[in-house]
Design a binder for this molecule. Structure first.
Ligand code: 4AD
Ligand code: MG
Length: 451
């Protein structure tokens, strides 16, 4: 059985015989030895392998190994006399599984730009940076699940294909069966890919109390920015018997929990990001975990932004939707920490948000973080049948199609709330990656869907 390199480097069981398998990162020759740097993706570090000229295939194969070749190495682990690593593997055999022609293999030793790596999304996970992003993403996903399970939430799987446009923003991709005609849609109604699992999560929250869904979400918004994808993953908890402040508390706890988890479990990868991607990243994450988030109302945010209005492309006044530049000013310049903005004007928010007593605002909350802007969007939901019906009618929504949603208010309605955390934006925040295309394996953006 082969041992994963991460375990080899953790345990450092010198004098034991082990087998590892992986890909060559570099080879350098000195005298009668080749030093092979082998990586198997289990961790950032490579294992140094010493392959001597006495090995049977030394001149025919080992001496010709180059970046990208796959190998199986068996040998004895020993203390390394040189700086740079504690242990190294003295090879008894090096079997070559696959060659990688150095003339054509795109990943050579030099540092490649992230833009170039995007053009080879099938090979980029083999680099240090993208391998590290992939491990941190996986750990964050695990930590999210762990948070909800330790807080007594039930996971539900909401549909990818749906006939309801939750956000009402007209950004749905349509779904049609081959040969389907407009008068006879496959699903009876015009269907699309989900923009949010929230409405279905509400159904289950009003039966099981605390639920969450974590799945792919699709938006046909034509915004080619560093924070938008056409396909992204969203974490959406929904809680019965919960108001806006309870919602804020859960969102804050979730963010702190998962970031603490990567601080504890992804130290090697975070160190790489701190050195090469975002200086001060680890300090930033530690601060977010330990300090209180600022909480202001939308009205206060507009007042603060109005004072510096001239620095913005879009003017600020009460009633506008905050643009990314405004959000980033609040979190990066004014408060220099995560900011929770609540109580937005009802006119700029979807129909399901609970109307406040002032009649002008809704019980909405966004969480803004430095470098990203909005990472969480949520609200208390409108639980009063009459108010909800009025809001939907005003929004031009066909009440018949949402009869099931209204039933939730007809039968045993309760105050409830939830939010959506953009998973890629979370991975961006944790890794310091400035472009969202780096934190999802195969980014889908307008004009691009590789692999
Ligand atoms: O604020 P949004 O649109 O909220 C909802 O969809 C609610 N139904 C969620 C809920 O209450 N259950 O989206 C939630 C989060 C945003 O804050 C952002 O982090 C992320 O999803 N997001 C995107 N991430 C990447 N690409 C996009 N195009 C995104 N649109 C939203
Ligand atoms: Mg939002």
């Amino acid at each position: 059985m082969a041992t994963r390199i991460k375990k080899v480097l953790q345990d450092k069981n010198v004098a034991t015989c082990i087998t590892v398998q992986g890909w060559i990162r570099t080879r350098r020759d000195t005298g009668s030895f080749s030093f092979l740097e082998v990586n198997d993706g289990s961790c950032l570090a490579n294992l140094q392998v010493l392959a001597g000229e006495k090995l049977a295939n030394y001149s025919e194969e080992i001496n010709k190994l180059s970046a990208g070749c796959s190998v199986v190495v068996t040998g004895t682990l020993q203390e390394s006399p040189a700086k740079g690593q504690d242990v190294e593997l003295q090879a008894d055999s090096v079997q070559v599984l696959g060659w990688a022609d150095p003339e054509t293999y795109p990943l050579q030793k030099k540092r490649h730009s992230l833009e170039f790596l995007r053009s080879i999304s099938h090979l980029r996970p083999r680099t240090n940076a993208l391998g590290a992003v992939t491990r941190v993403r996986s750990r964050l996903s695990f930590a999210v699940q762990q948070f909800f399970h330790t807080h007594d939430f039930t996971q539900i799987h909401t549909p990818v294909i749906t006939t309801s446009d939750c956000e009402g923003a007209g950004e749905m991709f349509q779904v049609r069966a081959t040969g389907e005609t407009t008068d006879k849609p496959f699903f009876g109604l015009q269907a699309g890919l989900t923009v949010s699992g929230q409405l279905q999560a509400e159904v289950y929250a009003l039966a099981l109390g605390q639920v969450y869904t974590f799945g792919p979400t699709f938006r046909a918004e034509n915004s080619n920015t560093s924070r938008h994808l056409a396909e992204f993953w969203m974490i959406e908890p929904e809680m019965a018997f919960c108001d806006l402040s309870c919602n804020i508390e859960i969102a804050t706890d979730l963010l702190k929990y998962v970031l603490q988890d990567v601080l504890d479990n992804c130290q090697e990868d975070l160190k790489l990001f701190d050195a090469f991607i975002e200086k001060g990243l680890v300090e930033k994450l530690k601060n977010v975990v330990t300090t209180d988030f600022v909480h202001i109302s939308y009205t206060e945010a507009v007042a603060q932004l109005s004072k510096v209005s001239e620095t913005f492309e879009y003017a600020v006044e009460w009633g506008i939707d905050l643009q990314s530049e405004h959000e980033r000013y609040l979190t990066e310049k004014l408060y220099k920490c995560p900011v929770i903005v609540t109580d937005y004007p009802s006119s700029i928010k979807p129909f399901y948000m609970r109307v406040s007593d002032d009649g002008k605002t809704v019980a909405a909350m966004d969480i803004l973080v430095p470098g990203i802007g909005e990472i969480v969007g949520g609200s208390q939901r409108e639980e009063r049948l009459d108010v909800l019906t009025q809001r939907m009618t005003d929004a031009g929504i066909d009440l018949k199609e949402y009869d099931w949603y209204l039933d939730l208010r007809r039968y045993g309605t309760v105050p409830h709330a939830g939010f959506g955390l953009g998973f890629e934006r979370l991975v961006q925040f944790a890794t310091g990656m400035s472009n969202i295309r780096e934190v999802i394996p195969f980014p889908r953006t307008p004009g691009s869907a590789p692999c």
